[in-house]
Ligand binder design. Sequence first.
Ligand code: EPZ
Length: 419
Amino acid sequence: MEKLVIEGSKRLEGEICISGAKNSALAILPAAILAGSECIIKNLPAIRDVVYLRDMLLQLGAKVHIIDQDKICIDSSSIKSHKIDAELAKRMRASYYFIGALIGRFKKAEVPFPGGCEIGMRPIDLHIKGLEALGVKIKITHGVIKAKAEELVGAPIYLDVVSVGATINIMLAACRAKGITTIENAAKEPYVVDTANFLNALGANIKGAGTDVIRIKGVDFLGGCEHAIIPDQMEAGTYMVAAAASRGNVLIKNVIPTHLEAITAKLREMGVEVTEYEDSVRVAALSRPKAVNIKTLPYPGFPTDMQQPMCVLLALSEGTAIVTENIFESRFKFMDELKKMGAKIRVEGRVAIIEGVNKLSGAPITATDLRAGAAMVVAGLVADGKTVISNIGHIDRGYERLEEKLINVGARIRRIEED
Ligand code: EPZ
């Protein structure tokens, strides 16, 4: 089993270049099924979930040509199947985008029900509600979502809860529905805008992505396009927090600063110096950060995916912080691992009370999910002594070349194989 071994207490100094956004790629690769001709996707992150998505596109019958390390060409004109292989799908969670994409292309889809994960139940009732509003008949048998529509007809859809996945999935199907679909209380995350931009480049007619109301006018034909995935705000945020926690000075390149506003604002509130440039941010911390309170909210609020890394910085800050996780019901599981390193944390339901300590100490810990794993890397980088992190497959799902990027800024981190 692979593990990460980190020798801590090193100031991070230098430059880190951010890769393409995992959560955009997870939507845009399935969305390519809607294209009538070739799509060139650039700035793709070299992460495990992208490999899994490529495998599923190939299984459906698409031609996928790897042009470069971060650039592929997808020709989905050869796709004949509307069924996702269960063995392939169970390796990741966000295979649900294949439902909207296959419905938009074939008016039918068979996709294994996505599992929950360590952060919560992850229901898809809003995905189903939205697709049924477009005329899709959905039934779930033996863990497979079977969907089909005689005709796709645009409709007004209100999302009871702001949901990135439901917003995007409905957009994928509505592109090819007759008439107008409106999605009210839509998610405004950058991934939603990135996916809408990709679909519009294919010839879709989507307006309002990035606002509460998205309006989609169905079209009869979608062509091909060339599209560059936006930079990953969560990867960037993770390295911003790592730089601050290590009392370092790091220039984080290839970012869109406006996507990082909530993270920047909280770091500045903690006394961390964040300087914004056109496509980079510099994070510098010379003194111990001050504790602040965090409430996770849909974009542009403080992102839930940054809650776990930020808790590591708060665990080392001066004072007591209250962190409220409003999005997922069990996203504090990693706190037990942090306590093994000396963190003083009390969890009460969706609230964590974090009393800052001067130092964490290295320990053998286990990554419970993707962002928890990232948080543990941050903790290991700044702890006294050695930290060994197991279950790092979670981390590889969302962080491209993690060790290489961190070694470039002075971290002592290596990957080992251990039984
Ligand atoms: C996306 O998950 C991201 N994943 C998550 O990132 C991210 O944490 C989340 O959005 C919130 O920003 C991908 O984009 C692949 P939601 P998603 O639907 O779409 C409830 C990471 O670490 N809900 O916005 O699954 C849900 O329970 C991952 O990169 C329903 O009730 O999240 C949650 O409380 C983790 N019914 C809230 O909405 C539904 O049908 C937001 O979930 C759907 C969601």
